[in-house]
Design a protein around this ligand. Structure first.
Ligand code: BT5
Length: 319
């Protein structure tokens, strides 16, 4: 069956073939078609999927390669070293290992697929092969460890600006680490730190960005989206990566020399949760109230129903 799907796609080179047409021709369900497409992608076939259009077998335009990333990184950007893998368990683990071995700032680990991609608190991050940007930045900032969460907010600003410039899609930031388009999650950020009592040794920033997905597994289809689904066209992932690294470089340098106060208004300009009634859940408990904003440290200020203001360092929020 997989071979028949591939044959149909080959016969329709350079045009989109709808899932419905394939399922009719092969007398199977559209879910079965999607599963075969996924299996073909896992074997290395570059198949793009666009909502309301269907599937198309492409040449190399949307394949990711180390050379393509290198060739697009701007001169003087922070990132001079790209470590590329076709498949890894998690780019976070690879980056942490490199940082422990003494690799310094300016290295980025990128993978075409993660078999054990992770979110916060041990959650799973779905990292389909060939579809997204799965990458981890190695940083060694000379900052107090309490300030590390600011880097999550800085990264949210960098990715938002980069995606808006590449695609024109309007993004909003949901504190602390989600980037949304039309209320659905396009990107998640994971900041992991190793620190002594007073000083940060390394910070690994993981960025998971859905780029060319045509759909998601059942458990994510209601909450996740991709650039492809939102814009109705696929994107070159190397171009997206280079744009993110470029935005990140200047924001991070500004942050190191002048602190968080210049990043804060850029973050606020895209924040969706501020001024809204929210519920914040964390391992410490659940707090309900109005999100007043973030303070100069990047901590969320939440006023509860009794008028008391709480400082929330990390939580999942709903509004
Ligand atoms: C995050 O966690 O949003 C951080 C995700 C960071 C992923 C990157 S990829 C490169 C690097 N290497 C890694 O191993 N990780 C980083 P959190 O806020 O805990 O959100 C996790 C939740 O998002 C899951 O429980 C799902 O509900 C949802 N989710 C999982 N995969 C998704 C996807 N591809 N797109 C949108 N939502 C997803």
């Amino acid at each position: 069956m997989k071979g028949k799907v591939l044959k149909l796609l080959r016969q329709n080179d350079n045009t989109f073939l709808s899932g419905e047409k394939i399922s009719n021709e092969l007398n199977c369900s559209r879910t079965a078609v999607w599963k075969h497409i996924k299996a073909l992608r896992n074997e290395g076939y570059d198949i793009i999927a666009v909502q309301n259009k269907g599937y198309q077998l492409t040449k190399s335009a949307y394949l990711l390669s180390e050379h393509d990333i290198y060739s697009r990184i701007k001169k003087n950007d922070l990132f001079e070293n790209v470590v590329y893998h076709n498949s890894v368990t998690s780019t976070q683990t690879v980056a942490q290992q490199l940082a422990n071995e003494g690799v310094g700032e300016g290295t980025v680990v990128v993978a075409d697929e993660q078999t054990g991609g992770k979110g916060r608190l041990g959650r799973v991050w779905d990292s389909e092969k060939g579809a997204g940007v799965w990458m981890s930045l190695i940083l060694k900032p000379q900052i107090d460890f309490r300030k590390a969460p600011q880097l999550t907010l800085l990264t949210a600003v960098a990715v938002t600006r980069a995606i808006e410039s590449v695609s024109g899609l309007p993004l909003s930031i949901k504190w602390p680490n989600d980037l949304l388009v039309n209320g659905k999650k396009l990107c998640g950020i994971l900041t992991e730190m190793q620190a002594d009592p007073d000083r940060v040794q390394s910070v690994i920033i993981g960025i998971g960005l859905n780029v060319n997905h045509g759909g998601f597994p059942d458990d994510l289809s209601e909450i996740a989206t991709s650039m492809n689904i939102e814009a109705g066209k696929p994107f070159n992932r190397a171009e997206v990566i280079a744009a993110i690294l470029n935005e990140f470089s200047w924001l991070y340098r500004t942050y190191l020399s002048q602190g968080f106060s210049l990043i804060k208004p850029l973050w606020e300009a895209h924040a969706v949760s501020i001024g809204k009634k929210i519920v914040a859940r964390s391992t410490a408990g659940t707090t309900e109230g109005y999100a007043l904003g973030i303070d100069d440290e990047g901590v969320l200020l939440l006023q509860d129903n009794q008028g008391e203001t709480h400082r929330i360092y990390s939580a999942d929020i709903e509004f």
